[in-house]
Design a protein around this ligand. Structure first.
Ligand SMILES: [Zn+2]
Length: 284
């Protein structure tokens, strides 16, 4: 893939590309079935050093594990998305429980709440969220949280905050995936210790508060992600976003943080390693 005016994407990549992470990309999705390994390797060549592949149900969690077994520098997360909450019963969740202890699995998710599309009834979403959060807490691995309210509302964000607060000191560490929401919600999540991960969603209309949130969050409490194959940032093919495009959101976040992409990149890798320690990565 060639990007005019971007030497980092040419065949002759610079010796020291900006370091980056993609904290959330679905290389286990159908759209990467034939070339997921090649796409991951292409991203690594342009500086994406860490790449986390989350599941959204049992089959996709299993595909994430298969992929990271082929590429040991990738990490997996296993869990059940709110869209699939009503489809995963206790017997199916037993597989997630089993896989969660594996070394390849650095987080539980993605899980969360979606009050926008409501593909699963809200009571089922809450049951699912609670068992994924409990699994994260029991394994000591962070929970990766999807949270979308209906347009113009904040009911999912408020419900998520209430769920986490109700766990008190038993709550797991949290990663807010593809951050979206008002500034006071971000502040409340930061107060609860969460790390905020920004995606191409920040460039969409209606997501203007994300710029303010990205400016106020401490530099060691932010991550970037693509949510590939979704949420293409400006410049990326809308048909299929890929991890290498995380550099667009990385540059945006560096501007908000009033730093350089190079300085931010080093911090992103350190934050990723602190949050998702893996025995499969040699100690630094
Ligand atoms: Zn996702």
């Amino acid at each position: 893939m060639t990007v005019l005016g971007s030497p980092e994407s040419s065949a002759a990549a610079p010796a020291t590309p900006v370091r980056l992470v993609d904290s959330h990309c679905h290389l286990n999705a159908d759209r990467f079935e034939t070339d997921g390994v090649l796409v991951a390797e292409a991203a690594r060549r342009v500086g994406v050093e860490r790449l986390l592949v989350p599941g959204w149900n049992v089959a996709s969690s299993e595909r994430a594990l298969t992929l990271v077994d082929r590429l040991p520098w990738l990490d997996a997360a296993v869990g059940v998305h709110p869209h699939d909450a009503a489809k995963v019963d206790d017997a199916a969740f037993a597989a997630i429980l089993d896989w969660a202890a594996r070394d390849q699995v650095v987080a539980i998710g993605e899980t969360g709440l979606d009050y926008d599309r409501v593909f699963s009834p809200i009571p089922d979403q809450l049951v699912n969220l609670r068992r994924n959060l409990a699994l994260a807490a029991s394994t000591g691995k962070p929970a990766i949280l999807h949270c979308r309210s209906a347009t113009g509302r904040r009911d999912a964000q408020d419900a998520l905050l209430a769920e986490v607060r109700s766990m008190g000191a038993d709550a797991p560490r949290l990663v807010i995936h593809s951050f979206s929401g008002p500034v006071d919600y971000a502040v409340a999540m930061l107060d609860l210790g969460a790390v905020l991960s920004f995606s191409g969603l920040v460039f969409r209309r209606g997501e203007e508060s994300s710029a303010e949130v990205a400016a106020l969050a401490p530099i060691d409490r932010v991550l970037v992600e693509t949510d590939s194959p979704f949420l293409a940032p400006p410049g990326a093919p809308r048909s299929r976003n890929e991890p290498e495009w995380v550099r667009v959101t990385g540059a945006w976040l560096a501007d908000r943080q009033r730093t350089t992409s190079t300085a931010l990149g080093a911090t992103l890798v350190a934050t990723y390693d602190r949050l998702f320690p893996s025995p499969r990565r040699a100690p630094r």
